[in-house]
Write a protein that binds this ligand. Structure first.
Ligand code: DX5
Ligand code: ZN
Length: 221
């Protein structure tokens, strides 16, 4: 695994030319794509479903994709997204009645499993499922929209989660989602994150290559 992963969130991409825009962000150096699924029920916004992922895979997008489910219920969606090429499937613990069963389902489909925690959600459910997790994502905004501001107290949660991962001895990515930009990314790295999900800071910038290059140099210095 690389020291850190830059994961552009396609929620901020240009949906009128999604394939092209994603190809550009991949050429610019993205490590992982972040695919936000919103149902206007669990979160107050509606985005894209598995048909769009299927189209992107058919178009030739082959890099790893993390499907971030902000929807309820999720077990049907897990099967849908797994069958069209999701690499990771990440969900919020409060969106399923049976966390362990949903994680199991992801694994049975051969995908990697992630749990996503809202800013005020505790990590307590990890105690008995951490061995089934490949990625923990901490929301640093309330889910539903791109372009919101990073909630500063999440830095503390990142450090706590990093300790928890280290104590577990499992190889788990620690991702942060929401409000990350060139100014605050260094503090997020120092707190212990290794995967940086970024929507508006990348897709809203004039040149993806320059932006990702700048992000990498801030992270590496
Ligand atoms: C928010 C989504 C994020 C969002 C991040 O609910 O889960 O992935 O696209 O966008 P920015 O980086 O603009 O906060
Ligand atoms: Zn997301």
């Amino acid at each position: 695994m690389k020291h850190f992963l830059i994961a552009p969130s396609i929620l901020s991409a240009n949906f009128a030319k999604l394939g092209e825009d994603i190809t550009d962000v991949i050429s610019a150096g993205a490590d992982l794509l972040h695919f936000d699924v919103m149902d206007n029920h669990y979160v107050p916004n509606l985005s894209i479903g598995s048909m769009v992922l299927q189209s992107l895979r058919n178009y030739g997008i082959s890099i790893p994709i993390d499907v971030h489910l902000m929807a309820k219920p999720i077990d049907g969606l897990i099967s849908d997204f797994a069958s069209v090429g999701a690499t990771y499937i990440s969900f919020h613990p409060e969106t399923t009645k049976h966390i362990d069963r949903s994680l199991q389902l992801i694994k049975e489909h051969g995908c990697k499993a992630g749990l996503v925690f809202n800013p005020s959600t505790t990590l307590s459910c990890l105690e008995y499922v951490i061995h089934k997790i490949d990625m923990i994502t901490l929301m640093s905004v309330n889910p539903g929209f791109s372009g919101q501001s990073f909630i500063p107290i999440i830095l503390k949660k990142i450090s706590q989660t990093r300790k928890l991962i280290e104590n577990s001895n499992y190889n788990i990515n620690l991702a942060v989602d929401g409000g990350i930009n060139i100014k605050n990314i260094r503090s997020i790295l120092e707190a212990g994150a290794n995967t940086f999900i970024m929507g508006s800071a990348i897709f809203g910038s004039p040149n993806y290559y320059d932006t990702i290059h700048m992000i990498r140099s801030v992270l590496s210095n």
